[in-house]
Design a protein around this ligand. Structure first.
Ligand SMILES: *Cc1c(COP(=O)(O)O)cnc(C)c1O
Length: 425
């Protein structure tokens, strides 16, 4: 695409953007009495205006039906989680039965590790990316300890080559081969939260399986951001949160994928609770756990209706927009951001983009390493009404999401960035 560094060009892109009207379906935070330029959907997505209505419906049911709401009314709470499975499955490329929405991300990651990190004999190692999100690091550290291993030996962290910021696919695949005899699990982010690098999940899954290991992904930064085909790629399990690109509210609920070849295996070890028990006999309250078929058999507690209601509102918008359309816009929008950052004339050597330049290896986030006064630059952007985020020690993450951001916002961002850099000199 031939980009131009002009407001007119940006506005023309917005006029031709079939998804442009989706931004009217969200609330934008206010800075200086104006809508902020919100490029932080990778951290907390904006509130869909429809979410309130979905919550109100459940509050109304609670007020009017109280306990009867579990079984009475139009959408009884007993089956409420089922209303989300199809929409969530479309976002991650799964069959409906392979997905369940429940709990929160780190809890679900532990539940999955209970079932899928099954060290045996000399197979006890887990391959992961170095610098994974801390919760993922702590989960792997404590799970390996739980099985009696030293995490320094059991968790193999992959680092980029000297002088590089992101991992090369060939190096990941080689590491899987090199550790094949001792490998129990490959567990990585679908996208690294810091660099924004998308991993080749299909190739990694294939290599992991060839090595005799199980393969799982944390899709916190991938779900709702890049196309994912968990079922076809043959991934064993995955987890994701819903409050980042999926716009389902602070601390919102989470998604779990279990491939059907495991999901319908009642003998797979798991930590169980009554909500995962076969629905037809759940309320007989009898001894002996019989899992529901599919990912739903990993549910523990009765469903958290209010966070699920918000997530439903959001999933409907994803269905309306379509992941393929979102991705098509996202590549253009992020490409435009990259082009404009590269078009800096003053202070060029201060900024280094550490996100891959290949569109297939990134989603909508660009991580900018700032070599001088990073915190100060970040503060100035925030004062000017741009909401981005800062990650220690010196990275600013900028994430224009295709659902509610515009080309004009990307243009305005770059204008402010350049002015701030000039004043910086
Ligand atoms: C955001 C994020 C988390 C957060 O976990 P919660 O349990 O939702 O607090 C975990 N892992 C990754 C990779 C993330 O990006």
């Amino acid at each position: 695409m031939n980009y131009q560094n002009t407001l007119a060009f940006a506005q023309e892109q917005d006029q031709n953007d079939p998804l442009h009207h989706f931004r009217d379906k969200f609330y934008f935070p206010q800075v200086n009495k104006q809508d902020a330029i919100y490029f932080c959907g990778n951290s907390l997505g904006l509130q869909p205006k429809s979410a309130q209505m979905y919550i109100d419906n459940e509050m109304y049911k609670w007020a009017n039906l109280a306990v009867e709401g579990h079984f009475k009314g139009e959408e009884p709470w007993f089956n409420y989680h089922e209303l989300l499975a199809a929409g969530a499955a479309r976002v991650v490329g799964a069959k409906e039965s392979e997905v369940v929405i429940m709990n929160q991300l780190t809890v679900n990651l532990h539940l999955m590790l209970v079932s899928f990190y099954r060290p045996e004999g000399k197979r006890f190692k887990i391959i992961t990316e170095a610098g994974a999100f801390p919760s993922d690091q702590y989960a792997l550290e404590t799970q390996t300890k739980f099985h009696g291993f030293n995490p320094d030996e059991a968790v193999v962290e992959l680092y980029p080559r000297e002088g590089e910021h992101t991992l090369r696919n060939e190096d990941i695949l080689q590491a899987i081969k090199d550790n094949a005899d001792e490998l129990a699990l490959v567990m990585m982010g679908g996208i690294n939260y810091y660099t924004g690098q998308v991993f080749d999940m299909e190739a990694i899954t294939k290599a992991g399986h060839e090595a005799g290991a199980i393969v799982g992904f944390d899709l916190a930064h991938a779900a709702g951001n890049v196309p994912v085909k968990l079922h076809d790629w043959d991934v064993d399990f995955a987890v994701w949160c819903t409050y980042k690109y999926l716009n389902s509210g602070p601390g919102g609920t989470s998604g779990v994928f279990v491939h059907e070849r495991h999901a319908n295996n009642p003998d797979l070890p798991r930590f169980a609770g009554w909500w995962g028990h076969d629905a037809s006999s759940r309320f007989q309250m009898k001894k002996g756990f019989i899992p529901m078929p599919g990912a739903a058999g990993w549910q523990l507690s009765n469903a958290q209706i209010l966070p699920l209601a918000v997530h439903r509102a959001s999933l409907e918008l994803f269905d309306e927009a379509g992941m393929e359309n979102l991705r098509a816009k996202s590549e253009k929008l992020t490409g435009y951001l990259e082009y404009l950052i590269n078009d800096v004339h003053v202070g060029k050597d201060v900024l280094e983009m550490i996100t891959p330049t290949d569109p297939n290896a990134r989603g909508c986030q660009i991580s900018i390493l700032v070599k001088q006064n990073a915190r100060e630059l970040f503060n100035k952007l925030m004062e000017a009404g741009i909401i981005v985020d800062y990650r220690e020690p010196n990275v600013i993450r900028v994430a224009p999401t295709p659902l509610y951001n515009s080309f004009e916002e990307v243009y305005r961002f770059s204008e402010i960035l350049h002015k701030t850099l000039e004043a910086h000199q």
